[in-house]
Design a protein around this ligand. Structure first.
Ligand SMILES: [Zn+2]
Length: 242
């Protein structure tokens, strides 16, 4: 779809001329009533002012562009990251680890796997290849260069407050990418927001329990200790399970 084609196409389809034509084609038969109803709904959309229509088209165009960026086959990180601080090196093994959620639930999202790590490990290209990482979800600062990912890359700047908005963005990315390949999720330490979001996501999508999930995370990210706010947020997804 090109930039120019969308408005012209919509404009011609919804021109006043075609509206008149549709009113003339009134009929009592079911098929025609159906068509009339269809046209009615199109006609209703014409009530938008030109300004509103342009805004709507613009939003739709932006959404398509966003989706295209999400599925961009190659991503090149632009900046070298700052090095990890000393305490990180002492506390972290800086390895990519699979989250084997499927051991504790009969639901799986995909046969592809979900991995978690700190930022250092996420920038280690040989590890990305070893685990056949297709897409990467970053919270905060970008990892080191990874010249070629087959799938998508998304960086979310977590503001430290709203889990909700972050969860929606992350879920959308995960849902798109996990059906196509292995996904790695990480933040700077590997013990923060990435753990909260992936726990909430897996509890929601696979009905795994909070206690099983925290046990799993304890094995692969032993330094992740959710505070009361984080625990409350993650547990809220367990309550939604039926
Ligand atoms: Zn590390």
């Amino acid at each position: 779809m090109t930039d120019a084609s969308t408005p012209t196409h919509v404009k011609s389809k919804l021109s006043p001329k075609s509206r008149v034509k549709s009113n003339n084609s009134l009929s009592k038969t079911g098929r025609h009533s159906f068509l009339l109803n269809t046209r009615k709904s199109i006609k209703q959309s014409l009530k938008l002012s030109p300004e509103t229509k342009n805004i709507a088209l613009d939003i739709s165009k932006k959404k398509i562009e966003e989706d295209e960026n999400l599925l961009r086959p190659k991503y090149l990180a632009q900046q070298l990251p700052s090095g990890p601080d000393k305490s990180h090196k002492n506390e972290c093994n800086c390895k990519i680890a699979e989250i084997p959620y499927n051991l504790h639930t009969s639901y799986i999202i995909s046969f592809n796997k979900i991995f978690i790590s700190c930022r250092v490990a996420a920038g280690d290209f040989p590890s990305l290849l070893k685990f056949n990482i297709y897409a990467v979800l970053t919270f905060g600062e970008e990892p080191n260069h990874f010249p070629s990912l087959k799938g998508g890359y998304l960086k979310i700047n977590y503001d430290g407050h709203s889990f909700g908005k972050t969860f929606v963005m992350a879920s959308r990315f995960l849902n798109t990418q996990i059906t196509k390949g292995n996904v790695l999720i990480h933040d700077d330490s590997g013990n923060g927001i990435c753990c909260v979001i992936i726990m909430a996501y897996l509890i929601k999508e696979t009905k795994i329990s909070y206690s099983n999930m925290i046990e799993l995370m304890g094995k692969i990210r032993p330094n992740f200790k959710p505070d009361s706010g984080q625990e409350k947020y993650i547990r809220s997804f367990e309550k939604l399970q039926t």
